[in-house]
Design a binder for this molecule. Structure first.
Ligand code: PGA
Length: 251
């Protein structure tokens, strides 16, 4: 049985004061929800403060990115070594990183290597563009992205994958739960080819893209979908709590 996971990707939102206010607003109700792994991914600068606010709670922390070197002359970058001890998870290969910061499958692959080495659990994001979906290339694209990101990795014991069709992110146009389930089954098959059925069946694969309190239930009742990576809705306390509560009820 895979424990469902709901991760909130706050992206480049919240000042330190706003981040702590949001955590204070959700932490008690979020903490007591059982049967779902709950992960908050605030901006880097808020991580240490939120870690303190969450001390002793069941809510976990993730970062939104890392650089692939451990240390050195890389002005402005954050290394995985700096994060281990602060958070458990790190979002890698998000489509916004690929689109605005030129991240390729090769770069994402290097980041997966260093994240795993530092003891972090990657939340590896993959997903097709609108034109790729329309050209029925979804399977080809996600398979290429999974193979690319995991190249040279022998057995990723700590790995979460988030299938996020790019056309669904922040658009209010989510994939249908049935289509997401089919694509996630394809991603699981790719994992199975790489690492065997055991690891493929253990690895959690999330859906992401315009997840809200109104649609989460239909996603998490799908057999292949193990939770969600939530962007916009994770910044609204009531909405996010409802998403996590419904996920617990659904599984
Ligand atoms: P969204 O973002 O929920 O706002 O669509 C999801 C994501 O980018 O992870």
């Amino acid at each position: 049985m895979r424990m469902p996971l709901i991760a909130g990707n706050w992206k480049m939102n919240t000042t330190l004061a706003e981040a702590s206010a949001l955590v204070e607003e959700i932490k008690e109700r979020l903490d007591i929800i059982e049967g779902v792994e709950k992960v908050l991914c605030p901006p880097f600068v808020s991580l240490t403060l939120i870690k303190k606010l969450l001390h002793g709670s069941s809510i976990k922390l993730g970062a939104q990115n890392i650089y692939f070197e451990e240390k050195g002359a890389y002005t402005g970058e954050v290394s995985p070594l700096m994060l281990s001890g602060i958070c458990e998870f790190v979002i890698l290969g998000h489509s916004e990183r690929r689109q605005y910061f030129g991240e390729t499958d090769e770069i994402v692959n290097k980041k997966v290597h260093t994240a795993l080495k530092a003891g972090l659990t990657p939340i590896l994001c993959i997903g097709e563009k609108l034109e790729e979906m329309e050209a029925r290339k979804t399977e080809e694209v996600v398979t290429r992205q999974v193979n690319g990101a995991l190249k040279g990795i022998e057995s990723p014991q700590r790995l979460v994958i988030a299938y996020e069709p790019i056309w669904a992110i922040g658009t209010g146009r989510a994939a249908t739960p049935e289509d997401a389930n089919i694509t996630i089954a394809i991603i699981r098959k790719t994992l199975s080819h790489l690492y065997g059925d055991g690891l493929a069946l253990e690895t959690r694969i999330l859906y992401g893209g315009s997840v809200t309190a109104a649609n989460i239930f239909e996603f998490v009742i799908q057999p292949e979908i193990d939770g969600a990576l939530v962007g916009g809705a994770s910044l609204k306390a009531g909405e996010f709590l409802s998403i996590v509560e419904q996920s617990a009820a659904a599984k």
